[in-house]
Write a protein that binds this ligand. Sequence first.
Ligand SMILES: Nc1ncnc2c1ncn2[C@@H]1O[C@H](COP(=O)(O)OP(=O)(O)OP(=O)(O)O)[C@@H](O)[C@H]1O
Ligand SMILES: [Mg+2]
Length: 373
Amino acid sequence: MQPPDARPFLSIRGVSKRFGDVVALNDVSLDICEGEFFSLLGGSGCGKTTLLRVLTGLERPSTGKIFIDGQDMTSTPPHGRPVNMMFQSYALFPHMNVFSNVGFGLRQERIPKAELARRVEDALALVEMSDFARRKPHQLSGGQRQRVALARAVVKRPKLLLLDEPLAALDKKLRERTALELKDIQERVGITFVLVTHDQEEAMNLSTRIAVMRQGNLEQVGTPREVYEAPVSRFVANFIGSINLLECSSPSGKDEADHAYCETLDVHLRLPRLNGKDATDPTTRGPFLLGIRPEKMRLHRGRPEPPDADSIHGRIEQITYLGAQSTYHVRTASGKLLQVTLPMVDTANRDGFELEQSVWVTWSAASTVILPS
Ligand SMILES: Nc1ncnc2c1ncn2[C@@H]1O[C@H](COP(=O)(O)OP(=O)(O)OP(=O)(O)O)[C@@H](O)[C@H]1O
Ligand SMILES: [Mg+2]
């Protein structure tokens, strides 16, 4: 979490970047604090790499300014910025061994030999690659190459490290392990990290905060909990995890104040309590969406007793078994397919639900979220 008095270390002010007709970044403003592990998340082509390249100085913004540690760096060339970037391809030099790859940047800075050796050894120890110093990149596994690239990125002790999909080439298990190592390294060296990833789980696990990007815009910036529990749009809700979205119309005089008519299910549903009704409340402005995460729903054989929760009848049309949990796809009378995720507590599935079974789906209004339509 970000301490309330933390001062921004990196400040991006109204940055736009156009390539001809393409608007890769559209008036992006963002503050990142010292020591944060910040993730940029978004689909292909939404502007993630462009934003990193603007931060390194490899790309000049069309408009806007970049401040690092209080200094305007908008016109500063890459080598003048306290920033390093780890590219997705790792870009290790194939003809150099691990030691030379990691020490390359320091050699260019003409760091004395003894100090260079010490710093390279420290960096290799940090990523647990000390035993591989004499190997060439082609003699390493993908994960080991990734760690060498990381050592090369931290050895120059940048204040800000930008990582563009650093784990994309790894298989799932190695990816998860390396991600945890990455977080551990970040905590030990205290460098501010900005990570680009396609993988929402990775972003949720690692980050102090996440920015969800869409078409050159920051659609939402918040802690992993905020973007998951309180997505601001249909795009964010769908991008981070799964969600059931129900079309509703704004409460009319006939409705009780905390209920609304749900067109998707053809029933009246309870609404969550909002923090005071005001102009930003989407329920006062026509159609809106009620979102419910699949793991916040429950299944019952018989009709549950009112009045604690909303309930809707349906039939199980599909079951997706995922080991630790199962997702039940329940077709309601109105034709909507609801997703309900339940933890697998009983291996024998004695209490489990089966295909074609008639069930009641319930949820509490407090675990729903209201979104603009
Ligand atoms: N040098 C360039 N010239 C023209 N268009 C560019 C250039 N670099 C990027 N773009 C365009 O800008 C947009 C953003 O590209 P960017 O590389 O930042 O996307 P990204 O979010 O990193 O995508 P991915 O997840 O696929 O890596 C894309 O539409 C891309 O085609
Ligand atoms: Mg990219």
